[in-house]
Design a protein around this ligand. Structure first.
Ligand code: FAS
Ligand code: PHB
Length: 398
């Protein structure tokens, strides 16, 4: 074997795993198909649960996060022309979320991987522009193209952190079941140089469709629109985006600040879970194993939670030879994965308006919205899932 662990994919899952292993003295290499510049610019998620922030701090990569991250104690649900605040912290004994762009997390992780590595393991810790095109899950052999040359690596353990469209999961497709759902809409997301119009996130359930107001700093807004699944970004010039956003957030005395759109993209919305998340020497983590609609702000947090479980199992495997953690990896992660899937699907159904929504379904959705902002028990359900719910830590309530 060339090395203990090979990680396919240098997103949050792969990079956090690499750092957790290196800190325990276990050598690994991350093979990332894109350039460093590309992955550090790729705009995606923005909400970090406290558990994610704590893990990044524990890894020593949270200095910028603590300086630039925005700590939030509530979110707004806007519907029927009214705002309703869900007081996340009051409802969860003081827990908070932190708004900090995924690309910033990735920058911090890459810097740590390339600079703070405790000198274990040969060669570069991350190979950029290294596209993996073949994985043998039984023999732990990976083939990839780097510098125009086809190369091969053999590792005792291979971890597929290659996202929702990677190459790892298909290699064990015959050994797993995929539970999935396609939603009848997508999200058009923009990053704009425009001051946020409110200091908290606004989830707007408008009759024209869902919209989300988020941010990255006091000068940068992150905004989303529900659009039809197969719409193309070319159909959405900047003027049309701003006009639709203003409509969906309209209420007396409120107007979004507009400015140059720095990035825009359309992401289809889907759910997917692989069971199990492992076969042979291959383990799947992050989006490679599960996809959630972004409505619940779970994707990135679930990826980090999963690799924390996998890292502990690998450290036991390489340390004392104890393989109980590796054998239980999928079962341990799937409890939390399905909790996040259910919460994300519930938030998505409550806030989005499908084109074919019947009058009856619309009344059900309106009733759900009204209930969640008038019942403390219902609001607490939203809050405890939004700030991060760890089912593995809970016992049945009697
Ligand atoms: P990632 O997809 O982040 O990383 C996988 C990495 O593997 C990528 O860098 C890719 O280049 C690399 N890779 C793929 N194939 C490879 C190969 N063959 N060889 C080598 N490398 C390969 N979540 C939210 O919570 N909120 C959001 O608003 C949100 N927006 C999103 C927008 C988009 C367009 C997408 C695709 C996802 C979004 N997500 C969002 C979910 C997202 O944040 C994921 O949950 C998060 O990136 C998961 O991290 P990873 O599992 O590391 O996967
Ligand atoms: C974001 O800021 O990118 C964001 C916030 C909340 C979500 C999804 C995305 O539910």
């Amino acid at each position: 074997m060339d090395l203990p662990v090979a990680i396919v994919g240098g997103g949050p899952a792969g990079l956090v795993l690499a750092l957790l292993l290196w800190r325990a003295g276990i050598a690994s290499v991350v093979l990332e198909s894109r350039s460093r510049e590309y992955v550090e610019r790729r705009v995606r998620a923005g909400v970090l649960e406290q558990g994610t922030v704590d893990l990044l701090a524990d890894l020593g990569v949270a200095d910028r996060l603590h300086r630039k991250g925005l700590v939030h104690r509530g979110i707004i649900l806007r519907f029927g022309g009214e705002d309703h605040r869900i007081a996340l912290s009051d409802l969860t004994g003081g827990r908070v979320i932190t708004v900090y762009g995924q690309q910033e997390v990735v920058k911090d992780l890459i810097a740590a991987c390339l600079s703070d590595r405790p000198g274990v393991g040969p060669g570069d810790p991350i190979l950029f522009a290294a596209e993996v095109f073949a994985v043998d899950p039984e023999r732990g052999r990976i083939r990839y193209r780097h510098g125009g040359v086809d190369r091969e690596i053999a590792a005792e353990i291979v971890v597929g952190c290659d996202g929702g469209h990677g190459v790892c999961r298909p290699t064990i497709q015959a050994h797993l079941e995929v539970f999935e759902r396609e939603y009848p809409f997508a999200w058009l997301g923009i990053l704009a140089r425009a001051a946020p119009a409110h200091d908290e996130l606004i989830y707007s359930a408008h009759e024209r469709g869902f919209a989300l107001h988020s941010m990255r700093s006091q000068a940068i807004s992150r905004l989303y629109l529900q659009v039809r699944p197969h719409e193309r970004i070319e159909e959405w010039p900047d003027e049309r985006i701003w006009a639709e956003l203003q409509r969906r957030f309209a209420r007396p005395g409120f107007r979004l600040n507009e400015g140059p759109i720095l990035e825009k993209s359309i992401t289809p919305m889907r759910s997917a879970v692989c069971e199990p998340m492992q076969h042979g020497r291959l383990y799947l983590a992050g989006d490679a194993a599960h996809i959630v609609p972004a409505t619940g702000a779970k994707g990135l947090n679930l990826a980090v939670a999963g690799v924390r479980v996998l890292a502990a199992a690998l450290i036991a495997h390489f340390g004392s030879g104890d393989d109980a953690g590796l054998a239980a990896y999928s079962a341990t992660c799937l409890q939390r994965v399905w909790r996040a899937e259910q919460f994300s699907a519930w938030m998505t159904a409550m806030l989005h308006r499908p084109d074919d929504e019947t009058p009856f379904e619309r009344r059900l959705r309106e009733s759900q919205l009204r209930y969640v902002v008038t019942s403390r028990a219902a609001a607490m359900t939203l809050a405890e899932n939004y700030v991060g719910y760890e089912p593995e830590t809970r016992a049945p309530v009697h």
